[in-house]
Design a protein around this ligand. Structure first.
Ligand code: T4K
Length: 374
């Protein structure tokens, strides 16, 4: 155990199924020689994911970023899109790649998602859509966002990269909005090495997405538009099928870890974490804490450095805000005065290690370091 306690611990580590079981899938690929282009594993994964997640139509992608870019294409989004600065940079990059102007709106202080009360003021005649993020897998204020979208005739595309398996009152959070986008990156609860998906409510949209992710081919000689190559390959899809057999166990372990963190960290003045929300089935992809330097006596950066000195590599997701990166910082909506809550949270947040194999002794070590910090 001594060694384990001194090994570097990263914010995450992918949970992997037994290698022998993957060999069976590899043998099949070697036999059929179907490596990509909507092969049998690709199709089977779409079917099994739709059943598992409780969604009607899902289209799997090579990664989440390409899925986001294609989702915007699928709905022909143009002009301006209202979005959050408190996310991974890919959210806004997907807009940039579509020549769409991001308009940053502040987040709410409880779950750090786009604040619906601030959306209306940011709408202009050029606004065509809202792109919120279910940050850390906690659902956005779905009804309030949809209400605004309905009044102003806007589309809603949820970046649900963190929300695999999340349910609201028994229904998938992915069924909200016009489209939702998942990431199956190695750092996520459900991974296919790299991967992603778009969830849509009707067959017609799924068909359009299907064409778009394969260069726009509608059939062998018909190209319906400037599609891209963003298909998930058979290796990724096969791995995803195997991962699905283990996913409930992964989520259960993440829940146990989350609960241990909460027990150990409760009562530390100046450390805040998010509790489970009534009616929500969580997937525990991240464990963020907020450090209030006045009460805790150390800044978030000091906490980050102190953990690092002890071989614990937490991550400051999401600092800096996307609005602070050179590509976006000259936008009027990127000004810190426009984003007071996001600016504060970005200065205070650190995500602690969480992954199914994380040992209890390591969690206790991390919590011990946080308790005895003076
Ligand atoms: N929207 C949102 C809201 C997102 O969070 C993301 C991705 C996207 C869209 C885009 O989806 P993808 O196109 O990625 O599917 C990571 C991930 O690369 C990224 O997928 C994720 N969000 C983001 C929040 O985190 P980094 O640069 O922090 O990852 P990295 O490589 O530093 O990994 C973190 C730790 O994980 C490492 O210290 C060790 C461990 N790790 C990582 C990898 C890649 C492993 O143990 N094995 C691995 O293979 O961005």
């Amino acid at each position: 155990m001594k060694d384990k306690l001194h090994e570097p611990v990263y914010v995450t580590r992918p949970a992997m199924p037994p290698l022998e079981e993957f060999m069976e899938y590899l043998k099949r690929i070697w036999e059929t020689r179907v490596l990509t282009n909507h092969g049998p594993f690709h199709q089977q994964l779409e079917k099994e994911l739709a059943d598992y997640l409780g969604v009607k139509y899902i289209s799997v992608f090579v990664n989440g970023t390409m899925a986001l870019i294609t989702a915007l294409q699928a709905l022909r989004i143009t002009g301006e899109v209202i979005t959050t600065p408190f996310s991974f940079v890919a959210t806004t990059h997907a807009l940039w790649w579509n020549n769409i102007r991001p308009v940053f709106v502040d987040i709410e202080p409880d779950y750090f998602n786009l604040d619906p009360d601030k959306i209306e003021a940011a709408i202009t005649p050029q606004t065509t859509a809202i792109m919120p993020v279910h940050v850390y897998g906690n659902p956005c204020k779905l009804k309030a966002i949809q209400k605004i979208a309905d009044i102003y005739g806007l589309r809603v595309i949820y970046d649900a990269a963190h929300a695999f398996g999340v349910k609201v009152d028994g229904e998938s959070v992915l069924n909200h909005g016009d489209l939702s986008v998942l990431s199956f990156h190695a750092t996520k609860t459900f991974d296919t090495f790299e991967g992603g998906a778009i969830i849509c409510p009707d067959e017609k949209t799924k068909r359009r997405i299907y064409f778009l992710k394969n260069f726009g081919f509608a059939d062998e000689i018909t190209v319906m538009g400037p599609g891209i190559n963003a298909k998930m390959n058979e290796l990724q899809a096969a791995y995803g099928l195997l991962q699905l057999k283990y996913i409930d166990g992964y989520i259960a372990k993440r829940k146990i870890i989350t609960e241990l963190y909460r027990t150990e960290l409760s009562g530390i003045d100046g450390i805040r974490f998010i509790n489970d929300i009534d009616g929500i089935k969580h997937s525990y992809t991240y464990f963020p804490i907020l450090v209030d330097k006045e009460k805790y006596g150390q800044t978030r950066n000091e906490v980050y450095e102190n953990l690092k000195k002890n071989n614990i590599f937490g991550r400051r997701y999401f600092y800096p805000l996307i609005s602070q990166f050179p590509t976006y910082r000259s936008l009027p909506s990127a000004k810190a005065e426009n984003l007071p809550v996001a600016s504060k949270v970005a200065e205070q947040v650190i995500c602690l290690p969480i992954y199914p194999e994380l040992d209890e002794t390591i969690i206790l070590k991390i919590c011990g370091l946080l308790k005895n910090h003076s």
